[in-house]
Design a binder for this molecule. Structure first.
Ligand SMILES: Cc1cc2nc3c(=O)[nH]c(=O)nc-3n(C[C@H](O)[C@H](O)[C@H](O)COP(=O)(O)OP(=O)(O)OC[C@H]3O[C@@H](n4cnc5c(N)ncnc54)[C@H](O)[C@@H]3O)c2cc1C
Ligand code: FES
Length: 265
């Protein structure tokens, strides 16, 4: 883990977005590219960085964001603007610097004998799964991505990945929840990797046999974090093998290890 001051290469708004059911409007989804050679050689898919969002002490807490892509010396973050920290980040421009700690956490792990990977992204859960897909393709795995969003707004996906879309409003692909598609695709998968909202994980766990059969399934938890370093215990979750810290022991866990009934964030 390193502390790095990285320079912004570009910071681009990909799309505007509205929270559903008439709640507060937020400013959309942004793709930030940083020059960060210190981290790109080390970072593994599923790991994250703690980003200092603010100058001086105005916003002292760092925010966790997944590594979305790496390309040579460049590292990309994909983030939704949901509050002060991500709003501040969305205002950074080319040439500004960003203070990062990372890479942190355990990351996803692809079994050496897995050939067919099924990735399931709910909304901005695409952020770490894009990087996983990049790495899986390098290992010559076949990758199928089930990508569920509220509407047509979505990242562009490399053509080598078999993309199956679901939208809540039916504007792209299947109309409905991305989890509805699972029974069609799990049969062929050696492993399943998921990043999405808590409700999606709970549904997968409660209907495990129907949706995932016996396929090994890893999920990335996006709980609120204080330090990101295993110090504050703010990210503790209950698992079948005791209390775990998401920032240090995760954020990736086996679906079957978490005590889902007791998790609410
Ligand atoms: C390991 C990890 C990886 C993450 N990767 C990404 C990513 O790649 N892209 C991305 O857009 N977001 C990601 N998140 C979520 C991101 O950290 C939060 O959206 C961010 O911290 C919000 O900061 P803020 O100051 O803008 O909002 P705040 O003012 O802190 O909060 C605004 C709203 O967002 C909610 N919120 C805050 N933090 C989280 C959180 N950790 N999870 C869920 N809801 C939260 C709050 O409950 C509140 O409703 C990740 C979280 C974790 C733990
Ligand atoms: S966020 Fe502080 S221990 Fe995990």
């Amino acid at each position: 883990m390193k502390q790095v001051v990285a320079t912004v290469i570009s910071n681009e708004k990909l799309w505007e977005e509205f929270l559903s059911q008439g709640r507060q409007k937020y400013a959309g989804t942004w793709l930030m590219r940083l020059n960060c050679p210190e981290m790109t050689s080390e970072a593994k898919p599923g790991q994250f960085v703690m980003v200092r969002c603010g100058e001086d002490d105005e916003l002292p807490l760092r925010r966790p964001l997944s590594v979305h892509q790496t390309d040579g010396d460049k590292l990309a973050l994909l983030f939704n603007v949901v509050g002060n920290g991500t709003y501040w980040l969305s205002k950074r421009q080319k040439g500004n610097t960003i203070d990062l700690l990372g890479p942190l956490g355990n990351g996803f792990s692809i079994n050496p004998d897995s050939n067919n990977l099924l990735l399931v992204a709910g909304g901005n859960g695409i952020a770490p799964l894009y990087f996983l897909a990049q790495e899986a393709l390098k290992k010559r795995c076949s990758v199928t991505l089930l990508y569920g969003t509220a509407d047509r707004n979505r990242c562009s996906i490399p053509p080598q990945i078999k993309l199956v879309s679901a939208t809540e409003d039916g504007t792209v692909g299947y109309r409905g929840k991305v989890t509805d598609l699972l029974p069609q695709y799990t049969g062929r998968a050696d492993q399943v990797f998921v990043c999405g909202p808590l409700g999606m994980y709970k549904e997968m766990y409660s209907k495990r046999e129907e949706l995932l059969k016996d396929k090994p399934t890893q999920v990335s938890l996006e709980v609120r974090m204080g330090c990101g370093l295993g110090v504050c215990y703010g990210c503790t979750v209950k698992t079948k093998s005791g209390l775990k810290q998401v920032c240090k022991d995760g954020p990736v866990f086996n679906l079957d290890d978490i005590i889902w009934d007791e998790l609410d964030y």
